[in-house]
Design a protein around this ligand. Structure first.
Ligand code: TXA
Ligand code: MG
Length: 325
């Protein structure tokens, strides 16, 4: 079992020694390693049981560190950093040579972000190195939003989990690429919404392939992802469906009508922010509960609802197949 701790110093020391440290961020828990040490990075893939190498997000504590790792060529990028960092936005930037190819899967760009969680920031600062970290779940499975979730999936493979409490945002960061002409493409919808990005990037679009089943550019784009073990089906209108036996409901705002053996209502107040913060925890609980099937209600396709629907569709595509790790 891993140590669930708030001892930043011990965790920073472990990172410097090439070990893995899971840590809380505002989005989900990350499984961190020294991004400049290829052997440490390789341990991430082994622990997650990723079948292939995927590019990892590198977490830094301040703008000076960004300059050491990547080129920031346009004023628009500076604007984005100023407005959304620290926070749930990952920017793809041309990488410098110091970043090992294993971190970017041989791609010329590196995904960087400054997380908005005081403990995570202090960990990166004290480690003194950039921290590569995917979400701290087994490959293809539900992302962790508490230290306990990490313990359940990875506790026998890592020594340290820095306990940052429950994640406040609850969905992963938005992954954004800005081209030379200043056009932005969101490769993965996440904690920073399209509406918010439009303040800086009026023409920003969602990558058309973001729901395709196989995309080499961004594994978060794999259609099978974030999957529970039980079959999960999407619902647009509770009143028009036949409810199977032994079924759980994952609802946005209201208790759905019908006979369910288990129910999660994500935000009685109808807040997408609150729903996002509860989403992965609720999905995990229903997956572990008595139901055989999970019915999940689609969210309004706006704001954080876009990221939540994205995760739901992937969960529906990948659910019920225990071989999908
Ligand atoms: O909120 C988050 O982003 C969390 C926390 C821990 O920061 N991390 C996370 O990492 O979700 P991960 O590995 O589960 O998802 C990272 C996504 C993947 O879809 C990956 O393909 C994409 O970002 N990505 C990372 N670097 C990339 C690159 N250089 N080019 C294209 N896509 C990249
Ligand atoms: Mg992930």
């Amino acid at each position: 079992m891993a140590n669930i701790t708030t001892d930043i110093q011990a965790c920073a020391q472990a990172l410097r020694a090439g070990e893995l440290v899971a840590f809380g961020t505002e989005t989900v828990y990350g499984l961190g390693a020294n991004a400049l040490d290829p052997q440490a990075v390789a341990r991430i893939f082994a622990a997650k049981q990723r079948p292939e190498f995927d590019p990892l997000i590198v977490h830094v504590a301040d703008a000076a560190q960004v300059d050491e790792l990547a080129e920031v060529r346009s004023p628009i990028l500076m604007d984005l950093m100023q407005r959304f960092w620290p926070g749930p936005l990952t920017l793809l930037l041309p990488k410098r040579d110091c970043i090992p190819d294993l971190v970017t899967s041989g791609l010329p760009e590196v995904g960087l972000r400054i997380p908005r969680h005081p403990l995570a920031l202090e960990l990166i600062r004290q480690a003194g190195v950039p921290v590569a970290a995917p979400s701290a779940n087994l490959f293809g499975r539900i992302s962790p939003t508490t230290a306990q979730h990490v313990q359940e999936q990875l506790g026998d493979r890592i020594d340290w989990i820095l306990d940052g409490g429950p994640c406040s945002v609850g969905v992963e960061s938005t992954v954004l690429r800005v081209d030379e002409r200043g056009y932005g493409t969101v490769l993965r919808p996440g904690g920073v919404t399209l509406e918010e990005l439009r303040f800086v990037l009026p023409n920003v679009t969602l990558a058309p392939g973001h729901l395709e089943s196989k995309a080499s550019a961004s594994p978060g784009q794999l259609l099978k992802h974030y999957a529970p073990r039980k079959p999960l089906q999407l619902v647009t209108d509770w009143t028009t469906i036949a409810i199977p036996e032994s079924c759980a409901a994952l609802a946005f705002q209201q208790q759905p009508p019908g006979n369910f053996v288990d129910i999660e209502v994500l935000s009685p107040a109808g807040s997408l922010t609150e729903a996002a913060a509860n989403f992965f925890r609720a999905l995990r609980r229903l997956d572990a509960g008595p139901a055989h099937v999970i019915l999940a209600e689609e969210f309004p396709e706006t704001g954080l609802g876009i990221a939540l629907n994205d995760r739901l569709r992937r969960a529906a595509a990948g659910s019920g197949e225990p071989s999908d790790w």
